[in-house]
Design a protein around this ligand. Structure first.
Ligand SMILES: [Fe+2]
Ligand SMILES: [Fe+2]
Length: 242
C-alpha cells in the first residue's frame, strides 16, 4: 500500500510547480500501462465512488480567483501556477473515475448533497478559509482512497486508487505549506475550530461511506483519530513552513 504520510520537508513554491509537472509525467507512464477497460469495480462501492468522482470534478474558477488573491497578498506569484496544476490533478482523478464508472455500466452524478454543501461553502470564503476547506477535503480523500484501495478486490482498481492516493498525499502537504500564520492565540483558535469541523465532516462522510471506510477503520472514532493525526502533522508542517 502506498504510504499515506507526508514529510515535513519545506519546499519553495517553485518546487511545487516542478513537482506537479513531474507528477504529470508519472501519470503519463501510469496511463501507458493501465487499461481502464479492464477495471472491475465492486458493485457495492459504485454509489460511493460516484459521490467522490463528483467531488473531484471542478473547473476551479473560484479556486483560481482565490489563488490570485492569495498570491498578491503574500507575494507568491508562483502559487497561481501551482494551484492550476493542482486543479489539473483533481480533474485527472475525476476523469479516471468517470471512465472506470462508465466501463462498469454506471454513470456520473451531477448533484449530491455533501458535494453541494462543500461547493456552497467554497463560494463564501476567502483565501485562508479556502485553504482550510481544501485541507479537510484532502484529509478525507486520503482516508477514503486508502480504504477503497484496501477494499477493492480487482488489482487494476486497487492500482488506480493507490495512484490517486499518492496524489492526495502530495496535495495535503502542498496546502499545509501554504497555511499562513497569525498571532499564537488566533492560530490556536483556528486549528481548534478546524479540528471540530473536521470531526463533524468525518461523521457525515462515515454515514454515507462506512461500507468502504470500514475496510480500513474499525469505527468512526478510529477514522476521526486518523484524520486528527493528519491535521496535527499538517499544523506542524505549517508552523515550520512559515
Ligand atoms: Fe483527488
Ligand atoms: Fe487532492
Amino acid at each position: 500500500m502506498t504510504a499515506t504520510t507526508f514529510t515535513s520537508t519545506v519546499k519553495l513554491t517553485k518546487d511545487w510547480a516542478r513537482l506537479f509537472s513531474r507528477n504529470t509525467q508519472q501519470w503519463q507512464q501510469f496511463a501507458a500501462n493501465f487499461d481502464v477497460h479492464t477495471v472491475q469495480l465492486d458493485p457495492a462501492f459504485i454509489k460511493s465512488i460516484q459521490a467522490f468522482q463528483l467531488a473531484e470534478q471542478s473547473e476551479g474558477k473560484r479556486l483560481m480567483a482565490i489563488a490570485q488573491q492569495y498570491a498578491a497578498r503574500h507575494n507568491a506569484p508562483d502559487y497561481v501556477k501551482a494551484i492550476q496544476q493542482f486543479i489539473g490533478e483533481e480533474q485527472r482523478h475525476a476523469d479516471y473515475l468517470s471512465r472506470v464508472l462508465h466501463v462498469n455500466g454506471a454513470g456520473t452524478l451531477t448533484k449530491q448533497w455533501t458535494d453541494s454543501v462543500f461547493r456552497h461553502l467554497r463560494k463564501l470564503v476567502g483565501p485562508e478559509m479556502m485553504l482550510s476547506l481544501l485541507l479537510m477535503a484532502e484529509i478525507i480523500a486520503i482516508a477514503y482512497y486508502s480504504s477503497l484501495a484496501r477494499a477493492s478486490q480487482d488489482p487494476q482498481a486497487k492500482q488506480l486508487f493507490e495512484r490517486i492516493l499518492q496524489d492526495e498525499t502530495t496535495h495535503i502537504q502542498f496546502h499545509c505549506e501554504y497555511m499562513t500564520r497569525s498571532t499564537p492565540l488566533l492560530d490556536s483558535l483556528r486549528w481548534s475550530a478546524q479540528r471540530v469541523f473536521l470531526g463533524l465532516v468525518t461523521i457525515v462522510i462515515w454515514l454515507d461511506h462506512s461500507h468502504v471506510l470500514k475496510h480500513r477503520f474499525s469505527s468512526v472514532f478510529q477514522m476521526m483519530d486518523y484524520c486528527n493525526h493528519l491535521l496535527t502533522k499538517c499544523m506542524r508542517t505549517a508552523l515550520s513552513a512559515s
